[in-house]
Design a binder for this molecule. Structure first.
Ligand code: HEC
Length: 225
């Protein structure tokens, strides 16, 4: 074989190798790339949330050491996070400053999370009641008026009876904001009950005032739209 022929053959062989492996990186293909050196890409390892035969509990993921606190997860302010004081009793009042900003936030969060069931005025005449007659607590009953703020926090956090808990969708700060708004609703109802009594009774001959009109009149008296 002449040197020239050998060179041509060598070049052809090189092109063949490049054609085989040259596209392992940089080209897209539906086939898995040719893996000449598997290095550490293929190795026995556990992936998150998978089963494992190695550990006794059958789970690949390990529990954190008891007492581990994630960064930003220190919950030193027990009252703020649980609604209970150091004595284990519900705190009487909201453990943060109640100002306009908090009330605004509470009004907004209430409209999202509570209003569908408890209605805008807190009478418990929301969709569950309207559609299925589900007895939904009114915030204007004596029992809830007398609840400590911490107890309402506990109801939002853990739910009660037919009401589900809202621990996950509503962070603690927003729960307190909602409570501030609920207290505002109660205060307005109390004030309207003492200052501006019930809407005028129906004039005789015109039949009963429809519940909707009575409700509207009451909302007007309380200044709620
Ligand atoms: C899915 C409907 C629903 C939603 C949403 C809802 N509640 Fe309730 N809530 C209920 C029902 C139903 C009851 C009555 C529970 C019972 O007595 O079985 C209730 C009861 C309550 C009570 C009285 C608990 C007691 O001890 O008697 C409070 C306070 C309360 N809800 C606050 C809230 C607040 C604040 C929100 C918003 C974060 C909220 N609820 C969202 C349905 C709901």
């Amino acid at each position: 074989m002449t040197t020239r022929k050998r060179r041509v053959l060598g070049a052809l062989a090189l092109m063949f190798v490049v054609a085989l492996s040259g596209c392992a990186r940089g080209c897209t293909s539906s086939r898995p790339p040719i893996h000449i050196n598997p290095s550490m890409d293929d190795q026995p390892k556990v992936l998150p949330q998978t089963a494992s035969t190695f550990f006794y509990d059958g789970a690949s993921m390990r529990q954190p050491v008891p007492g581990t606190i994630p960064i930003g997860g220190l919950k030193e302010d027990v009252a703020f996070f649980t609604g209970r004081g150091a004595d284990g009793q519900f705190v009487a009042s909201i453990p943060v400053t109640v100002n306009e900003a908090l009330l605004d936030r509470g009004r907004q969060r209430y409209a999202i999370y509570c209003q569908p069931c408890h209605d805008a005025r807190g009478d418990g005449k929301g969709i569950l009641f309207q559609r299925a007659n589900v007895p939904t607590a009114s915030f204007h009953q004596d029992k809830i008026l007398k609840y400590a703020d911490g107890q309402i926090f506990d109801v939002i956090t853990n739910g009660t009876g037919l009401m589900p808990g809202y621990r996950w969708p509503i962070p603690p700060a927003d729960r307190w904001a909602i409570i501030a708004h609920v207290r505002e609703l109660q205060r307005k109802r109390q004030a309207s009950a003492t200052v501006a009594p019930a809407p005028p009774p129906p004039r005789s001959g015109f039949g009963e005032v429809s519940p909707k009109r009575a409700n509207n009149a009451r909302a007007k008296a309380e200044g709620i739209k």
